[in-house]
Design a protein around this ligand. Structure first.
Ligand code: NAG
Ligand code: NAG
Length: 802
């Protein structure tokens, strides 16, 4: 401010007095001389010629020690003793010197000696605009709420200017802006600036306004000072939270895990601080269930899944979400969240079976409805579309019904309980989802019995070999039939067929246990009178209507050795087997004496007779043929031989326990003449007879050998072909017509063997079978002698091994 002095420049000016002295004088009244200088004039500037103005002689000034004696101010001026000029010695700052007083004058006391004179000189310091207005603060910060109404005034700090009057602050200005202008109030001499709100503030648009307040003084040129005024707009809760979207549409698959984020709603609030802090809440008017299913994070707006989302229960949720700020009062906004649940294939089809019957008759017509089946699937669309099927091999099928997803289970074909009596039908329902879900259900259906099977005999006809002399009343056989039906449809009653001609003529001698089929004979059969007969047994089940079938039983009576040989010749008058034969003494060796004839009613071995000599007086003279019973001489008789010989002949059959008879022949040796006459005729007849016997014997032996051979072969084949084989042999006899007669069977189980064909053997008894052409051999061991021929036909020896 130009207050600094330049003491050294004005050495001519010297003040002895101190400023304080001057100040004493300054209080005094009017000065003799008044000068006026502006402040801040250049050092050295002349204030005035004091000597001249006081009327002092310039030439004496030095001598009279012309000087200023005044306090501290003496340094400001310099008084020249040579020319009497008062000059500015230092820079004069009025504001410093007078401390802002309106009038500022410096009184100088000037002294001259010889004579001592004291003069008072006043120098008025005139103000110069050398100071700019200044603000004390460096910056002013104003906080104004955005809700402040226009017109409100805010005081600003005033600027200070040490200069006086016009040079002090005269006006304030503010940089142009739309919100504020200036108003200046005068408080006495001071001018106080006010900021007036012209237009409402909006923090959200502009939160800070920087203004420059300029204070201008009245100097010429004017000086100015500025203050940065920062208006900070204080927030008020004048903004609603705003959602980014008014409606959030999202999809959510059902069955999502808990904690899955559905959507994150977001609202922003332009306000500041708590006014802009947004919290989220579900709307009050929601279904209470929703609070269990969804959770909303108050602060983030994240909606998460909290419960089971089931499309089948609810397929769309509409949630209202409020966003509220924390201002006072708070402001809030709503948005909608629409959650569409996406169906997943999470439900298996369900099969509901309404059984009409669980039992279907085996004669039910194809198409009989057994059950009604309804299929449901709680899923929708393709996930709920269900395909229903049965296992392929069932005789049932599914027929779609008039209603959707309804089927009837019907029979596809006729059923047979005897084949399958029970069905477990598995129904498979599969939906079309991905992956598809399936359900199985088994329907149990039983097939009820119908009497559609007649009793069945294992074999028909059957052969029964019954040894003669059976005990009357004892069981001889048992028939058995089976029936595949159930319960009473399979309960069988047996009955022997009575009547019906020769077929059943022996039925009256038989009885049957109707429950178990045991047959007993009421009389004893005799092979020698009855060889074979037939009867029929009917088996009837208890169904309604009953079904029946019959079996033919061919009974073959087997021989027992129950007949002893009977001697036919010789027979005496009293019936005993005794005879007398005469032979001439001159007979040669080999002469036929006689032939013992015997008969046995039994057959086979039982009837095969062998002759032997039991007693004889002379063993050297007679022989007996084992087979024919012929008695012949062994040598010619001599004179020494006795005239009468007794022969006891034993005739024995070949039964297991053989039976026998004896015959006694007495041979008398007579003189040749008398003997010849009688024996010539006899021997001629006997020779013929002998020839026949020989032929007969040959055939018998041949046949026996053949049968023996067959037995051997049969045995060998049996050994080689166990357990089951089949072999047959045909014996062609050109004498017969070639018709097939019957078969020959051998059964290993009951050791029976049958030969069929006419005249198989000569040595055995030949009896026609009552049903045709059967030859029966009761025991294998006996085959050689026990063939019975039946009729004239093609001979077939047909052997089956079982
Ligand atoms: C005042 O504001 C102006 C710009 O607006 C800046 O340059 C100046 O430094 C500020 N003064 C103070 C004291 O902050
Ligand atoms: C025995 O069965 C046959 C055929 O099955 C039948 O023709 C006959 O009449 C039946 N006889 C009796 C007595 O039932």
């Amino acid at each position: 401010m130009g207050a600094g002095g330049q003491r050294g420049t004005m050495e001519s000016c010297w003040f002895a007095l101190r400023l304080s002295v001057l100040l004493c004088f300054s209080q005094q009244g009017s000065a003799q001389i008044r000068y006026s200088i502006p402040e801040e004039v250049n050092v050295g500037s002349v204030v005035g010629n004091v000597a001249k103005d006081l009327g002092l002689d310039i030439g004496t000034l030095t001598d009279r020690r012309f000087r200023v004696v005044s306090g501290s101010n003496d340094a400001l001026f310099d008084l020249n003793q040579n020319n009497g000029l008062l000059c500015v010695h230092e820079n004069i700052d009025r504001e410093e010197l007078c401390d802002g007083n309106a009038a500022c004058s410096i009184n100088l006391k000037i002294v001259v000696e010889n004579p001592l004179e004291i003069h008072y000189v006043a120098v008025d310091i005139a103000d110069v605009n050398d100071n700019s207005p200044m603000f004390q603060e460096e910056e002013k910060i104003l906080e104004i709420s955005e809700s402040t109404l226009p017109g409100k005034r805010f005081q600003l700090p005033a600027a200070r200017d040490p200069d006086m009057t016009v040079n002090s602050v005269r006006a304030y200005k503010i940089n142009s802006n739309e919100h504020f202008n200036m108003q200046i109030r005068e408080r006495g001499e001071d001018r106080v600036p006010f900021l007036v709100l012209q237009k409402s503030l909006d923090r959200e648009k502009q939160s800070e306004h920087r203004l420059i307040l300029t204070a201008v003084d009245g100097g010429s040129p004017p000086r100015s000072g500025t203050l940065n005024v920062t208006v900070t707009v204080m927030d008020s809760n004048d903004n609603h939270p705003v959602f980014k979207q008014e409606v959030y549409s999202v999809t959510l698959p059902e069955n999502v895990e808990f904690g899955t984020v559905v959507v994150n709603v977001e609202a922003t609030d332009e306000d500041q601080g708590t006014n802009g802090d947004v919290e989220y809440f579900f709307g009050r008017e929601l279904d209470p269930d929703i609070y269990d299913l969804f959770g909303l994070d108050k602060s983030t707006g994240e909606i998460i899944v909290k419960g089971d989302i089931d499309f089948e229960k609810v397929d769309v949720y509409k949630l209202d979400v409020h966003a509220t700020d924390k201002g006072a009062p708070p402001m809030s906004t709503d948005c909608s969240v629409i959650i569409k649940v996406i169906d997943l294939n999470d439900n298996k089809p369900e099969i509901d079976v309404t059984s009409l019957i669980n039992m279907v008759s085996e004669n039910a017509k194809p198409g009989t409805v057994v059950s009604l089946i309804s299929i449901t699937d709680r899923d929708s669309g393709i996930n709920g579309k269900v395909i229903c099927s049965l296992a392929q091999n069932e005789p049932f099928e599914l027929k779609p019904s008039f209603q959707d997803n309804m089927y009837s289970l019907v029979t596809r074909q006729k059923l047979d309980r005897e084949t399958v009596s029970h069905y477990d039908i598995t129904i498979t329902a599969t939906d079309c989802g991905d992956p598809p879900l399936s359900t199985f259900k088994t329907v149990s259906i039983r097939v009820s019995d119908v009497n559609d099977n007649s009793p069945q005999f294992l074999q028909n006809p059957v052969e029964l070999y019954l040894v003669e002399n059976n005990i009357p009343g004892k069981s001889i056989y048992s028939v058995s039939a089976s029936d595949n039906d159930l319960n009473e449809n399979a309960a069988i009653l047996y009955e022997i067929v009575r009547g019906g001609g020769s077929l059943n003529d022996m039925a009256s001698f038989l009885s049957i246990n109707s429950d178990n089929g045991h047959i007993s004979a009421l009389k004893s059969f005799d092979f020698e009178t009855l060889k074979t007969f037939q009867f029929q047994v009917v088996a009837t089940d208890s169904g309604s209507p009953p079904l029946r079938s019959n079996v033919t039983v061919n009974v073959f009576i087997l021989d027992q050795n129950d007949n002893a040989p009977v001697i036919l010749y010789p027979v005496s008058g009293n019936g005993s087997a005794e005879g007398v034969e005469e032979i001439p003494r001159n007979v040669n060796a080999g002469h036929l004496v006689t032939k013992v004839r015997a008969y046995d009613a039994d057959i086979g071995y039982n009837g095969w007779l062998l002759f032997s000599l039991q007693e004889v007086t002379d063993h050297s003279l007679f022989s007996l043929d084992r087979y024919t019973g012929q008695i012949r001489t062994l040598r010619p008789c001599t004179e020494t031989d006795e005239a009468e010989h007794k022969l006891v002949i034993l005739v024995k059959d070949n039964g297991n326990v053989s039976l026998s008879a004896t015959a006694t022949v007495v041979v008398k040796v007579v003189e040749p003449k008398e003997a010849f006459a009688a024996s010539d005729v006899k021997s001629a007849a006997k020779d013929e007879d002998e020839d026949n016997v020989t032929l007969y014997l040959m055939i018998t032996l041949g046949s026996v050998s053949a049968l023996f051979l067959i037995s051997i072969i049969v045995l060998i084949v049996m050994q080689c072909s166990k357990p089951a084989d089949y072999s047959s042999k045909y014996l062609q006899d050109p004498n017969y017509d070639g018709t097939l007669c019957h078969s020959i069977q051998y059964r290993s189980g009951d050791r029976r063997y049958m030969l069929v064909g006419p005249r198989m053997s000569i040595g055995s008894t030949i009896v026609p079978g009552s049903n045709g052409n059967t030859l029966v051999v009761p025991d294998r061991r006996q085959t050689s002698g026990e063939v019975r021929c039946v009729s004239k036909c093609h001979v077939q020896l047909h052997t089956t091994y079982i």
